[in-house]
Design a protein around this ligand. Structure first.
Ligand code: NAD
Length: 301
């Protein structure tokens, strides 16, 4: 019998994740700073309270699903009032599932431990569809001893759970994966535009790449041209899927991590720049595979 879960951040991802926990019989109390999000969550069956402090009081697990690390650290410490760390009973598990900076995740863990709590980072991949279906992948950064405490929840919300190492390791794995994803999508899009210019059909090039050495998720699952993979966002005018704004955010986190570690990467920063521009110039709400439209648009007739 697990104790109460305070679920903070009931947005696109958080709300369906909280709903799945409730369906599985967990005792969940929700909170969000945006009243409309609270109303929607209540409508979906999530009992909510009016303040973060109220949610954290009496919680055994504080689960956060926030837009950024700044927001997480502010909520932990409190701004103009008591924060979550102060409000929760001793030895509460602070489980953050947001995608944030590796350095901020480590800082959050240090703050939680210093306040007499436990901590784990468990960012996800799989998007809103995975959150609704309970099929997310969780990348977990936690001490071994804390795993048994969080696994029952993560098993409800996810399908694949990977324990990547200690505090911050989940965010580290996520940032590496998404940097590669951004780079590979740009590569896939450039290959398809080049194929068009050389007179290849999309299907012919797909049939080769998908079974040859260029094979990657950006081609086989999220193919940037319509046709070869009927479920890819290209077939529905690039409705996400994985929105350009989120790819730009994740590549920003990759940039920070590259700088922090001194890695001599060239493609990661370039991908970050390309997706920042894509998001700022109309691509924020489009699937990130829509980058192919930009490449085509800038190419000569
Ligand atoms: P969202 O903006 O829809 O939801 C975030 C929610 O947090 C909002 O409702 C916001 O009001 C709330 N919030 C902000 N500050 C708060 C506070 N102090 N207390 C309580 N609530 C607060 O974002 P989302 O799409 O649900 O994404 C959440 C996280 O998951 C992000 O870190 C994102 O990068 C990551 N993620 C998203 C997806 C996706 O497809 N949407 C996929 C993988 C990972």
């Amino acid at each position: 019998d697990s104790g109460r879960i305070a679920f903070l951040g009931l947005g696109h991802m958080g709300e369906p994740m909280a709903v799945n926990l409730i369906k599985a019989g967990f005792d969940v109390v929700g909170f969000d700073v945006v009243p409309a999000a609270v109303e929607a969550a209540r409508g979906a069956g999530v009992p909510c309270v009016d303040t973060a402090v109220e949610a954290a009081t009496g919680a055994e697990i504080v689960l956060t699903m926030f837009p950024s690390g700044e927001i997480l650290l502010d909520a932990y410490r409190g701004v103009d009032g008591p924060g979550l760390l102060e409000s929760a009973p001793a030895n509460t598990m602070f489980l953050d599932c947001s995608t944030i900076d590796v350095a901020q995740a480590r800082e959050a863990a240090e703050l939680a431990l210093a306040a007499g709590h436990r901590s784990a980072d468990a960012p996800v991949s799989g998007g809103v569809v995975g959150a609704e279906a309970g099929t997310l992948t969780f990348m977990i950064g936690a001490e071994d001893a804390d795993l048994e405490h969080i696994m029952p929840l993560l098993e409800v919300m996810g399908r694949k759970l990977v324990h990547c190492g200690g505090h911050g390791a989940g965010q580290a794995a996520k940032v590496c994966n998404n940097m590669l994803l951004g780079i590979s999508m740009i590569g896939a899009a450039e290959a398809f535009v080049l194929g068009e210019k050389l007179g290849l059909s999309h299907q012919a090039l797909f049939d080769v790449i998908s079974t040859a050495s260029g094979q990657c998720w950006s081609v086989t699952t999220n193919c940037p041209v319509p046709g070869p993979v009927p479920t890819s966002p290209a077939n529905r005018d690039y409705t996400p899927g994985f929105a350009g704004a989120l790819m730009a955010k994740d590549l920003g986190l990759a940039l920070n991590a590259l700088e922090h570690t001194g890695v001599a990467a060239q493609l990661g920063p370039l991908a970050a720049q390309i997706y920042r521009k894509f998001a700022d110039e109309g691509g924020a709400g489009r699937d990130f595979s829509g980058i192919i439209t930009d490449i085509r648009g800038r190419s000569q007739d």
